[in-house]
Design a protein around this ligand. Structure first.
Ligand SMILES: *Cc1c(COP(=O)(O)O)cnc(C)c1O
Length: 482
């Protein structure tokens, strides 16, 4: 496929806009004086932008779109990422010019509708999480964790309790949890899981003390299980004077059913771009909204509706009020589903995951942990690798030939040759059945013709790129001389 620069022909630009603007008088004289940009900051020559016709441009982007894969193309069971179908109505609402053509520095009385969006989103999401207040500043889940742990730090500091230097993180946590604790200047104290994937309570009791600032718990954890001892866990931490952080990035399994606030957590973040319906995966804008109990409220960053940002605030964590349109989509999604719909979505997500897990076991795959799962489950392919040489990577690559996006691979780290599936509630039984049939076929191929799996995929544009090279030495610049 040609690059846009290779399609370029001098003089073939798109000149439609200029006469259009003149006829409609969309180009009124500016009310502010023109400012000459200082010579030092000006280009010495015009940028070499590609010159293509509208037709060429449109075909170019369509060709690129055909080469990518998204939820609208097929099954996308990427564990821990909740690649659910995002209803198009949310996009329509997020594209209304009254929401897009605003500026965060506009006088407040001109954006009262947007303030209402924040107020309602806060009300509903606090209702879902059992928290008392929320900030929408953080731009992603990991950013929300960072903000939440800063709140906890500010709380201990405000009490003069400077001895609390450790954050306890079970080994079944998402990788961002220990990274967050370290970013906030804490020492990370990792504790093991029991064979059934629960936090080891004895190890937790032994770990807590006057130096415990917080526990960070991913729930459901990265193996797709709710910790059955959750009340005991938060009690142990609170009794030691620490606070409890709930990583709610995967709230898809619990929303409308159980609330972090009722489980004893003091602060939690939500990934609005995962659970609450914003298309993600391409690195686009997200929202890691953070909810907290009243004891942490004084430390919140400032909000669009006037709360937080006081004397004890941890300060801004992002300019202005966060990614507003993601919050708007979440609100549209919540208002479409209503109370019972939110609950039903979570229940269906769990049902779909358990249905798929049972079918995979029937097909001969081994699950890393037995029993009922929440919204996702993890396969352990180490036995298959030992017997046939076919690895989790080979199986994932084989799925590409069948039009299925592979699941999350080699995560969580506590399972070797892991494949983590999250079908989500928006897939039909037929789609899941088809995917399971594909997986059964791949297993058969692995046993009969392992080489076919080692060399897969055979029908995609790119087969097995050198991923290390792509990550370490990406070529992102066009060289006009090449
Ligand atoms: C996705 C995820 C995160 C990180 O969220 P980002 O928006 O990618 O920063 C954190 N914790 C869990 C459990 C997740 O699934």
């Amino acid at each position: 496929m040609k690059l846009i620069f290779e399609l370029s022909k001098p003089g073939r630009g798109n000149k439609v806009l200029t006469p259009y603007q003149t006829t409609l008088n969309l180009n009124p004289t500016a009310e502010v004086p023109a400012v000459e940009i200082p010579a030092a900051f000006r280009r010495s020559s015009a940028p070499r932008l590609p010159e293509v016709s509208e037709n060429d441009l449109s075909r170019h982007y369509n060709a690129l779109a055909r080469r990518s894969f998204g939820v609208c193309d097929g099954f996308y069971p990427l564990g821990s990422c909740t690649m659910k179908y995002n209803p198009k109505i949310n996009e329509v609402i997020a594209n209304l010019f009254k929401f897009t053509d605003i500026h965060p520095l506009q006088p407040k009385h001109t954006v009262s509708g947007c303030q209402t969006v924040y107020a309602l989103a806060e009300k509903y999401l606090c209702g879902i999480t059992g928290m008392d207040a929320m900030t929408f500043q953080p731009a992603a889940g990991a950013h929300g964790e960072f903000t939440g742990i800063l709140l906890i730090k500010a709380y201990h500091d405000s009490r003069g309790d400077y001895a609390r230097k450790k954050v306890i993180v079970p080994d079944s946590a998402h990788g961002t949890n220990p990274a967050t604790a370290a970013m906030c200047g804490y020492e990370v104290c990792s504790i093991p899981s029991t064979p059934d994937g629960m936090v080891d309570l004895d190890a937790l009791r032994a770990a807590v003390g006057p130096d415990t600032a917080a526990l960070m718990l991913t729930n459901p954890n990265t193996i797709g299980k709710i910790d059955k001892n959750i009340l005991e866990i938060t009690k142990i931490v609170h009794d030691a004077g620490g606070l409890c952080y709930y990583d709610g990035a995967n709230l898809n399994a619990v929303m409308g059913v159980a609330r972090p606030g009722d489980m004893g957590f003091d602060v939690c973040h939500l990934n609005l771009h995962k659970t609450f319906s914003t298309p993600h995966g391409g690195g686009g804008p997200g929202s890691g909204a953070v909810g907290c109990k009243n004891i942490l409220k004084p430390f919140l960053p400032g909000s669009a509706i006037g709360g937080g940002g006081g004397e004890q605030s941890v300060g801004q964590v992002k300019m202005f009020f966060g990614n507003f349109l993601v919050v708007l989509r979440a609100l549209a999604y919540l208002m479409t589903l209503g109370n019972s719909g939110v609950r039903e979505a979570a229940q269906t997500a769990v049902l779909n995951a358990n249905y798929m897990k049972a079918k995979m076991e029937e097909a001969g795959y081994v699950c890393a942990y037995p029993g009922i799962c929440m919204h996702e489950f993890v396969l352990d392919l180490s036995q298959l690798k030992k017997e046939t040489g076919v690895s989790a990577l080979d199986v994932a690559k084989s799925m590409l030939d069948h039009g299925i996006h592979p699941p999350t691979m080699y995560f969580p780290l506590i399972v070797h040759e892991a494949l983590m599936f999250e079908p989500t509630e928006t897939e039909s039984r037929e789609t899941i059945d088809e995917a399971c049939a594909v997986m059964a076929e791949i297993l058969k191929t692995a046993k009969e013709d392992p080489e076919a799996c080692h060399t897969a995929p055979h029908h995609t544009v790119i087969g097995r790129p050198d991923e290390t090279k792509a990550a370490r030495h990406p070529v992102v610049r066009y060289d006009f001389n090449s």
